[in-house]
Every structure is written in C-alpha cells, then in structure tokens.
Design a protein around this ligand. Structure first.
Ligand SMILES: [Zn+2]
Length: 264
C-alpha cells in the first residue's frame, strides 16, 4: 500500500479543501490507521468534490448512529426509477435526473442496478455486504488449509474494524476475500462504514457499458472513481477538465476512464 505522500496532488487538495469545511486530515483519516488510509486512497474522490456536496466527516464510520447523523445533516432527495426508490444528496439527485432526461431524448435509459441499493445505503447494509464476502471466504480458505479453525474462529469474533485490517494483511499473502477470491475484497465491496453509498454520492448504473451513457453522466458531474467497480458512479459536481486541479488523475481500465486520487 502506498504511503500518504503530503506533496501529492490529492493530499495537497485535501489540505486546501478540508480547512474550508472546518476539518483536518487527522479527523478524516487518523494517522496509522491502515484501513482508513486504504479507504481514502481507493474511494477518496468524493472528499475533493464540489461545494454543493457534503462528504462524510470520517473515512470509516463505525456505527449506525454516526451514519444517521451524517445523512440527516447532508439531507437527501428521493426519486422512483422503474420499481426502485433511490435516495441521493440533493445536488447529486438533481444531476442524475438531468442525465436521465438527456438520455431519454436520445432513446437511452439510466437505471439503478440492484434496486434501491444502487444509491443510499445505511451502515447495516455495508456490514451485511461485508459479511457476504468475509464469511464465505473464511470457509473457502479453511477448506483449502490456508487458515486454521482457530484463526477462523478468532477472525469471526473480532470487532468489524479489526476484521478489515486483518483481512488486508492476509490479502498480502494471496488469501483474497473478494467474491471470486482472486483479488482484494475492497475491489468487490467497500469496507464496512466506508461506502460512497453511505455518503449518498454514489449511484450504480445498469447501462454503464454504453459509452454515450457514461458521457452523459460525466457531463452532469458523475464520474467513475473506483477502479474496477464499473457500474459505480460518484457525484463530484465538477466539470471533467477541472478534476486534475482537485487532485484526481485519469486512469484507463477495461476501456473506461476512472478518475482516482493522485497520491503519487
Ligand atoms: Zn456502487
């Protein structure tokens, strides 16, 4: 994992923007917390978005109560799309509805993947998703003889934040926890309490494969910001040409452009 480089464009941007929000980097992401730092590097784009959005006060929430408090402060707007009612921060929702209107004029559609879960999620949702990867992977590596029963029992009973840091350690030895067990769990789901969906700034799009749909989303301030999570768009509320000034860099993967924190 790359160390935090204070001279990098992303950290430079944070040190400019966080004080404007009355925050410090140490509050957002405590020094020496590898999970928080990994989360900041992998999903951190939302912390350098426009003033019209409210990013979370911490990289990793640790309780439902803290999430509720944040979500109430940020507020959200709802829309029903097909069968699903989705919820996003007001600026994010307004931009999504504009993108849908543009798409519709061109005979295209932009719809939520997996229903309501495509947008706002609570803390418990992220814990449930974590367990949906963590528990089967424990079973798998136990059967493969890479973990002992004692290790598995211990990992199961750890507090969730410690589970995440121990999983990241195991992954360094190739004991992976993603759904297909071939890559880091964080490429499969967010660490509990850390999702951009908790921030109500993410929307998973069924039609992500269509380049014109991606273009329409981008024109409304919605970008792919999490490498290898293809359907996942993040509302930054910025024009694309300004993203480098906000400490993000463009990376091509799977023929698509991702704007990720430039931490180099
Ligand atoms: Zn997503």
């Amino acid at each position: 994992m790359p160390a935090a480089n204070p001279a990098s464009p992303f950290y430079q941007t944070l040190s400019r923007l966080l004080p404007e929000r009355g925050m410090t980097l140490a509050q957002l992401c405590p020094d020496g917390d590898p999970v928080a730092q990994r989360v900041l590097h992998d999903y951190g784009a939302m912390f350098v978005g426009a003033e019209s959005i409210l990013p979370p006060p911490v990289c990793v929430f640790t309780s439902e109560q803290d999430v509720s408090q944040f979500q109430e402060a940020a507020r959200w707007a709802s829309a029903t799309i097909g069968e699903a009612t989705v919820e996003l921060q007001p600026a994010a929702m307004a931009a999504l509805l504009r993108a849908r209107a543009t798409a519709s004029k061109e005979g295209l559609d932009i719809t939520p993947r997996d229903g309501a879960e495509a947008a706002r999620r609570g803390y418990a949702d992220t814990v449930r998703l974590w367990n949906s990867r963590f528990l089967p992977a424990l079973e798998h590596w136990l059967n493969k003889g890479r973990l002992t029963m004692d290790q598995v029992d211990r990992l199961r009973t750890l507090p969730i934040h410690s589970q995440v840091s121990e999983v990241l350690e195991l992954e360094k030895d190739g004991i992976f926890f993603s759904k297909d067990l071939s890559k880091s769990v964080l490429y499969s789901i967010a660490a509990p309490g850390s999702s951009q969906h908790i921030a109500m700034l993410a929307f998973d799009v069924n039609e992500f494969f269509n380049p014109r749909v991606r273009e329409i989303m981008t024109a409304e301030g919605w970008f792919q910001t999490v490498l290898s999570d293809l359907p996942h768009f993040t509302f930054l509320g910025l024009v694309e040409s300004r993203l480098p000034e906000h400490g993000l860099k463009a990376v091509e993967a799977n023929g698509q452009t991702f704007w990720i924190p430039d931490i180099g």
